[in-house]
Design a protein. Sequence first.
Length: 79
Amino acid sequence: MTLTVELAEEQIAALRAKALVEGLSLEDWLRKLADQEVQPRCKPYKSSRGILAKYGPAPSAEEIDENRREMFRGFGEEL
């Protein structure tokens, strides 16, 4: 398969310079880059369950409603 990508001259020059640092032609450097296995940046979680477990149980609907009432008690009375 052949892929054609249009790049600005400055981009080509920058990529060619990176290839020369490794002693490769631009084509060989791009082939080497394409052959590299992509490594994840961080270790993924095994499961999404339990990620937030360290923070304890979630508040109940009643607790949320009570907090909302407390937060907005007196809201707009000073206007």
